[in-house]
Ligand binder design. Structure first.
Ligand code: NAP
Length: 286
């Protein structure tokens, strides 16, 4: 019998933890502030930004939204980021990706002060994560680790397979699993015999971005399966990478979509914003 890893439940506990600390700061007259920039009118991005604003409200942060038209130039966007970098009353900055094609997302990420980079995508933060000396972690992989930890799922010594090697999910996921002493394999489009590789996984994390990609024949009996994918099926319904109904019976634990990794990502963003605030406060206090 498998157990569902309940991202709603665990994300709530993370947000409640953040809320308690935010209240203590608020009581001292300190207002933790997250600035969210959205460029253009991508409907999925709008939903994500609205969810982030709602989470800010819940935990007691102030959120500032900068909704810029799709015609915004890279220079204009970077100028706004530089202004936000300078503001002492702004503690976290995120620019919702993807940005329109005429803007280089790497340049945008590089413009954000690493101390305010609550997505932890900047080169400095990525480097810190690699050497295991980090303050801010990318929200989705950090959310997966939090979920595993909550359910007391041990990573140490276990075979972990990550499907996908993107900078925002696959690579940092692999690094965090490695820091937790997992034996990690990262797979991608050029991986040969993927099914044989995934069948060795005690912990399988899928971040491919394709509906119905992970089928029962790819999963070892008793495995922990974490589905990061957020896709639409043929009926336009939100779904992950994993064929849940056929994979779940083989698992010890599995995340659903929705209600798995998605809510964790937002909760970890709140945690990062709190951490960014506390680091900046201690810097100012010298
Ligand atoms: P991405 O940049 O498109 O990366 C997808 C990865 O999957 C690539 O590394 C790609 O390999 C690999 N891949 C594609 N086809 C494959 C195949 N046949 N066999 C093995 N690997 C294959 O996507 P992403 O940004 O990492 O996001 C992945 C999914 O996670 C998406 O559905 C996204 O919406 C979702 N997501 C969810 C959350 C959340 O909060 N739940 C957060 C972020 C992303 P190559 O490198 O060789 O191209």
């Amino acid at each position: 019998m498998y157990q569902v890893l309940d991202g709603k439940l665990v994300s709530q506990s993370v947000k409640d933890r953040v809320r308690v600390r935010a209240a203590a700061h608020n009581a001292k007259g300190e207002e933790i502030t997250l600035a969210v920039i959205i460029v253009g009118d991508d409907p999925a991005s709008r939903v994500y930004v609205n969810n982030k604003k709602k989470a800010c409200e819940y935990v007691g942060f102030r959120s500032l939204e900068y909704a810029l038209p799709a015609s915004t130039t890279q220079e204009e966007l970077i100028e706004l980021i530089h202004e936000l970098n300078e503001r002492r009353d702004v503690h976290g900055i995120l620019c919702q990706l993807p940005v329109p094609k005429h803007i280089d997302d790497k340049a945008v990420i590089a413009a954000i002060d690493p101390k305010k980079d609550v997505d932890a995508f900047s080169e400095i933060n990525v480097g810190k994560i690699l050497i295991g000396k980090y303050d801010l972690l990318p929200c989705t992989p950090a959310g997966v680790m939090e979920l595993l930890d909550y359910y007391d799922i041990k990573v140490e010594g276990r075979n972990c397979v990550v499907i996908g090697r993107s900078n925002i999910v696959g690579k940092p996921m692999a690094v965090l699993l490695m820091h937790a002493n997992g034996t990690v394999t990262v797979t991608h489009k050029k991986t040969r015999h993927l099914r044989e590789v995934t069948n060795k996984a005690d912990i399988l994390v899928s971040s491919v971005g394709r509906a119905k990609f992970v089928t029962a024949d790819m999963v070892k009996e008793g495995a922990v399966v974490v589905d990061v994918g957020m896709n639409r099926d043929e009926n336009g319904k939100l779904c992950g990478d994993v064929v849940f109904d056929e994979v779940a019976p083989k698992c010890s634990y599995i995340t659903p979509v929705p209600g798995g990794v998605g809510p964790m990502t937002i909760a970890m963003l709140m945690q990062n914003t709190l951490k960014a605030f506390e680091i900046q406060q201690s810097d100012y206090e010298g």
